[in-house]
Design a protein around this ligand. Structure first.
Ligand SMILES: NC(=O)C1=CN([C@@H]2O[C@H](COP(=O)(O)OP(=O)(O)OC[C@H]3O[C@@H](n4cnc5c(N)ncnc54)[C@H](OP(=O)(O)O)[C@@H]3O)[C@@H](O)[C@H]2O)C=CC1
Ligand SMILES: O=C(O)[C@@H]1CCC=N1
Length: 266
């Protein structure tokens, strides 16, 4: 089975590196990339063949589409003449619906929509997958196995994809923003930057492991840290005064709405 990746930017290379780490043979992988210097970089780094999009689409059983949503129509128009019924297209693009893709390719080509995230780079990715209308169980299982090479996979109805994009697709950026803010606060309180960074990163990793390994609700874990009339209560009061909870809700509604707008080509 040959898999092609069209669009080898941040997410495309993340998927490629995950497939290589998971033991997929590089002679069963192809990359579609138009910039010669980027093609050379990928060939040197992974030993993978970089070809035209047209050749990638012709030779692959599964084609992962990892271009920007705004470039999707042009790429589909370019590769459509090469596609055949039964072949699988796996789109990782935010907003783009399976019906949009199906309307640009020959009848019978199977489409799966995926929302991955960048922790896939360290095999801790979260991917949500949804089948299009010509997709059978074997196609969905193939998309699942593709994404399982870099982390967890959840099957969801496509109508949930914009919300998933807002939560886990964009999610790592919110976490990095919080981490960055806490490090800056530590520096403001007089800690050396390296000390503040180590404290915050380990606190994040430890808290994440507690959530995963105890299965306890985050509100309960938060209460366990909050001693009566203590330091945590003083800090949480400030977060509530500054409406941080409301800001998170507004931010994720904005991401969900942006995902919907990408579907309309804006
Ligand atoms: N980054 C993330 O965390 C996530 C991204 N995604 C989705 O992944 C997709 C890619 O995002 P991201 O990797 O961040 O963006 P990048 O801009 O890093 O990657 C897009 C890549 O596509 C290439 N490209 C553009 N046009 C073509 C073409 N016609 N043929 C072949 N390659 C082409 C670009 O090349 P060039 O630079 O030369 O134009 C670039 O390498 C998007 O649809 C996004 O919604 C989904 C979840 C998470
Ligand atoms: O910001 C974006 O549009 C992409 C999709 C989810 C994460 N990054």
């Amino acid at each position: 089975m040959t898999t092609a990746i069209i669009g080898a930017g941040v997410m495309g290379e993340t998927l490629l590196s995950g497939l290589v780490r998971a033991g997929r043979r590089v002679d069963n992988l192809l990359v579609g990339e138009k910039r010669p210097e980027r093609a050379q970089e990928l060939e040197e780094r992974y030993g993978v063949s970089v070809v035209s999009n047209v050749e990638a689409a012709r030779k692959a059983d599964t084609v992962a589409l990892v271009v920007k949503p705004q470039d999707m129509a042009a790429v589909l128009e370019e590769i459509a003449p090469e596609l055949r019924p039964g072949q699988l297209l796996v789109s990782l693009a935010a907003g783009i619906t399976t019906s949009f893709i199906e309307s640009h390719v020959p009848e019978g080509v199977a489409v799966v929509r995926v929302m991955p995230n960048t922790p896939a780079l360290v095999d801790e990715g979260m991917a949500a997958i949804s089948p299009g209308s010509h997709c059978d169980e074997a196609h969905l299982a193939e998309a699942e196995s593709l994404m399982a090479s870099t982390g967890r996979v959840l099957r969801i109805p496509e109508k949930q994809q914009d919300a998933v994009t807002a939560i886990s697709g964009s999610g790592p950026a919110y976490i990095f923003f919080v981490v960055e803010s806490m490090i800056e606060a530590g520096v403001h309180l007089g800690l050396p930057r390296a000390t503040a960074t180590e404290l915050v990163v380990q606190t994040l990793v430890g808290s994440a492991r507690m959530l995963r390994e105890t299965g306890t609700h985050p509100a309960v874990l938060r209460e366990q840290v909050t001693s009566p009339a203590g330091t945590t209560a003083a800090a949480l009061r400030e977060l509530e005064i500054h409406r941080v909870r409301a800001a998170f809700l507004a931010a994720m509604e904005a991401a969900r709405d942006r995902s919907r707008a990408l579907a309309e080509g804006s």
